[in-house]
Write a protein that binds this ligand. Structure first.
Ligand SMILES: [Zn+2]
Length: 229
């Protein structure tokens, strides 16, 4: 499998809640552990599409909102899940932000729309957070899940204890979706200044003086040329 997923944000992945972590916390949700990666993104962080595919707005009964992307890579179907985006209040559970402040950048009618890696999909938030009762989010962040899917786009292995999801890490290509199409950063070579010509002895003769002036002029030309590189 060639890695195909770009990082959707530049924030780092939370090292304490990697895939499979914290089984005790996930048991009440019927899971064996964390079913994805969490990026430490604050509410309103622009969220860029991590892969080409078909994207659909989605929400769940615990108040979580987000986007599912259907993508086929090397003959295998996957659902890529981007979760805890600003709520559209479908669940009636309030969250930090809502989609009128940080609007989705695809239509939210539940249909699938073609998307390209690198395009803005919307913003991150904390939807699914609930101060009392079952809560699927405890802080502002972005959740990313990778779900291998069958020909009907349902989880291939729904009873694996992670909602059919697998560890996203082997799928990352190491690049940021936000940087797609931007020119590469070019680091200029170091400027090397040649050594200054030796000073003249006391009371130089006129001929020596003119040679020295030529050396100084040549040195200045070299320095200016190296600064212009
Ligand atoms: Zn998560």
């Amino acid at each position: 499998m060639t890695p195909f997923l770009f990082y959707p944000v530049k924030d780092k992945i939370n090292p304490t809640n990697l895939f499979g972590a914290n089984p005790i916390e996930y048991k009440p949700l019927g899971q064996n552990g964390h079913p994805g990666n969490d990026y430490e993104s604050i509410t309103g962080t622009p969220l860029y599409c991590p892969v080409d595919g078909l994207a659909r707005y989605n929400w769940d009964s615990l108040g979580g909102d987000g986007i599912w992307i259907k993508t086929t890579q090397q003959g295998q179907n996957y659902n890529i899940i981007l979760w805890h985006m600003p709520t559209l209040s479908n669940s009636g559970i309030p969250t930090v932000a809502n989609a009128s402040q940080y609007p989705f950048q695809i239509k939210t009618d539940g249909n699938y729309y073609p998307v390209k890696a690198g395009q803005l999909l919307g913003y991150t938030d904390n939807s699914g957070y609930h101060p009392v009762g079952p809560s699927e989010s405890t802080a502002q962040h972005l959740h990313l899940g990778v779900m291998p899917a069958n020909e009907n786009w349902a989880a291939q292995n729904p009873n694996n204890g992670y909602l059919g999801c697998v560890d996203p890490h082997p799928f990352y290509n190491g690049l940021f979706a936000e940087d797609i199409g931007k020119p590469p950063v070019v680091i200029p070579p170091p400027v090397i200044i040649p050594p200054l010509p030796a000073p003249l002895p006391p009371n130089p003769t006129p001929v020596q003086e003119s040679n020295w002036l030529t050396s100084i002029t040549n040195w200045l030309i070299k320095v200016l040329a190296s600064l212009q590189k």
